[in-house]
Design a protein around this ligand. Structure first.
Ligand code: UD1
Length: 356
């Protein structure tokens, strides 16, 4: 059986790693990795391949940054010949980035079977580009591999044939549990001079928080208030760095600004944080898996299980965000949702092997 994985942006790589490993353990499986080149900086891409020990991509489409339409079109144009040449039995796409939907469109038009890892998540907010990517990819995929039961419900509600839906659990948690020991040896707190459970860790990069100057300034002001109470560590995504103005940096005060971190260094900082402030999808899950309080700077989440069963809380209002962050404390053991057990990728490999 020939499997072709398509990845392109940072959050895809953590999901690819366990699936590639699990499929490598199945006899008779040949795997190819296509990197679209949506993310290309070492800190956003190659460092993850090294850190997570993923084999180098067999093909890099080198699309780079562009508008949504141009980027999606470029991926489709360059991906189609690769699929036609290799004729895989299955194409695996991950998450909700532009690379995911572009590959899904190509496969569906040339009748190559498509499996979507992390299917069925819905924020209900179509102003998020990722929500459009999720809806379209799930509409087209032949096999919908879901990370949580709410995702199954969403898909059934949309009329998806139940035979195409398979609950497998969360592959991000596979990577987290696999890497936790190594993360603990990164000594990130010592390097930054912060104490365990006494700092806030921040990531902010969604267009809804960073593209509009007044909103970005308000969010940075809230982080400045948090920094008066505890050290704030803030690895900055390239999109956010491009938009931060001098006045925003001044409002931040004593915040430790870093470049994007490799996977295990970041995981070390997440596991040792007092609170995580984020608008990322993956961090909502990682904090729940680790039992670390998470404040999500958004009006909604496509990962409701992190709120109902985990440590996540939505905090779109900057004043409330600062108040909640200052009162947050980790309160003991993590409670992991069903299927967040480190074995999701094994279940995916079994499912694909059974389908042939
Ligand atoms: C993309 C995903 C988002 C995901 C995020 C994780 C989509 C629609 N969005 O958003 O879901 O949460 O990745 O990081 O697919 N840039 C660099 N170096 C890079 C990559 C990007 O400097 O390696 C800069 C470019 O100027 C680019 C901007 O960052 O224009 C945004 O990159 P893009 O891939 O368009 O979207 P992200 O905001 O990264």
């Amino acid at each position: 059986m020939k499997i072709l994985h398509v990845v392109g942006a940072r959050p895809n790589f953590m999901k690819l790693a366990p699936c590639h490993r699990a499929l490598a353990a199945v006899s008779g499986v040949e795997q190819l990795v296509v990197h679209t080149g949506q993310h290309y900086d070492d800190a956003m891409s190659d460092s993850f391949f090294r850190d997570l020990e993923i084999p180098r991509p067999d093909i890099n489409l080198g699309v780079g940054s562009a508008s949504h339409a141009a980027q999606t079109a470029r991926i489709m144009e360059r991906f189609e010949p690769a699929v036609l040449e290799h004729r895989p039995d299955w194409v695996l796409v991950y998450g909700d980035v532009n690379s995911t939907v572009a590959a899904a469109l190509v496969c569906s038009k040339i009748a190559v079977r498509l499996a979507h890892v992390e299917a069925g998540l819905r924020s209900g907010d179509r102003s998020m580009p990722e929500e459009i990517n999720r809806l379209v990819t799930d509409r087209l995929a032949d096999l919908l591999l879901t990370p949580s039961r709410d995702a199954d419900d969403n898909l059934r509600r949309e009329g998806v044939d139940p035979g195409r839906i398979e609950f497998v659990g969360n592959v991000m948690v596979d990577t987290l549990l696999h890497g936790l020991q190594r993360a603990r040896h990164q000594s990130m707190r010592e390097q930054l001079g912060v104490q365990e459970h006494e700092y806030a860790l921040v990531t902010i990069h969604r267009p809804s928080n960073v593209d509009e100057p007044a909103r970005l300034t308000a969010v940075m002001g809230a982080l400045g208030s948090v920094a008066l109470e505890m050290p704030v560590v803030f690895p900055i995504h390239p999109r956010t760095r491009q938009r931060l103005m001098h006045r925003d940096l001044e409002a931040l005060g004593d915040v430790r600004l870093l470049d994007p971190l490799p996977y295990h260094a970041m995981l070390d900082l997440v596991a040792g944080a007092r609170v995580v402030i984020t608008d990322s999808g993956g961090l909502q899950e990682e904090t729940t898996a680790l039992g670390i309080p998470c404040l999500t700077v958004r009006e909604n989440t496509e990962r409701p299980v992190t709120v109902t069963e985990g440590t996540n809380r939505l905090a779109p209002d900057p004043d409330e965000l600062a108040r909640l962050a200052i009162s947050a404390r980790p309160n003991g053991a993590a409670r992991r949702p069903e299927g967040w057990d480190g074995k999701a990728a094994e279940r995916i490999a079994l499912s694909l092997a059974a389908r042939g």
